[in-house]
Ligand binder design. Structure first.
Ligand SMILES: [Zn+2]
Length: 253
């Protein structure tokens, strides 16, 4: 399996990436996309990707972090993104759940668009974080097409919107939230999409799947997401593994 979105660059794991990678490997995870959310974490993601062959990086400024970042940080992101081990710009996007202030939301949109421009300039896909902002996110992607597409990380929108994002060249990332008891929406989405449209992710250390909900997440729990997708789509976990790996490689490599 490939964990298409994890934060080995988080303080929870950064002191011992080797142990993290080994534990995950023993649980069937062969590859990791280590995703940045600000300048510092993006730098660490690149460092990790240089040190471990099975790790690649995404660099970018998360919408919840734009208020403490400057335009110059975007130049730094662009320089970092030129590295061949950087497969994507991310995680970038919109988060209206944590930021209700319209001024800050506007700032988020500006950073999102600027980072889409970096992705297009370097011909790389993007990893999108979107929370309570699906309509605006869609409008921005329509007005600023991403040449290489990318992933809607931790997709929590409707099945209807999912089809629109897929049409724009995106796959959907599914993680721990899929396994939660009240997860009605992701289930509807999974029934509506086809085999080419999804990748697996953990978002570790966040959003641990059931039965570890509320605890620290880890890529070693990725199999729980795989099994849930298999159950919901009525196919074997092996097919989910194969298909999601193919999808990841098509989008990111
Ligand atoms: Zn994340």
């Amino acid at each position: 399996m490939i964990d298409s979105h994890c934060h080995i660059n988080d303080s929870a794991f950064v002191n011992n990436p080797e142990a993290y990678i080994k534990e995950a490997k023993d649980a069937g995870v062969a590859e990791f996309l280590v995703v940045g959310y600000d300048l510092k974490s993006s730098r660490i993601a690149v460092d990790i990707s240089k040190k471990y062959e099975n790790c690649n990086a995404a660099v970018g400024i998360h919408p919840s972090d734009v208020k403490r970042m400057g335009k110059n940080d975007l130049n730094e992101i662009e320089i970092l993104a030129k590295d061949p081990k950087v497969l994507a710009i991310g995680e970038i996007g919109l988060d209206y759940y944590w930021d209700k202030d319209p001024e800050i939301q506007k700032q988020q949109q500006e950073f999102f668009i600027k980072q889409i421009e970096i992705a297009n300039k370097l011909n790389k896909p993007i990893s999108i974080h979107c929370r309570e902002a699906y309509e605006d996110c869609y409008q921005i992607l329509k007005a600023h097409p991403v040449r290489r597409g990318g992933v809607m990380h931790c997709y929590g929108g409707s099945a209807e919107m999912a089809k629109l994002f897929i049409k724009l060249g995106f796959v959907l990332g599914f993680g721990g939230t899929l396994t939660f008891k009240n997860a009605r929406r992701p289930k509807e989405v999974l029934e509506a999409i086809s085999n080419e449209d999804y990748v697996l992710e953990t978002d570790a250390p966040y959003l641990a799947p059931d039965p570890f909900r509320g605890k620290q997440n880890h890529s070693k729990y990725l199999y729980l997401v795989k099994e849930k997708i298999a159950e919901l789509r009525g196919i074997s976990p092996e097919i989910v593994d194969l298909q999601s790996t193919q999808n990841f490689n098509r989008v990111f490599k």
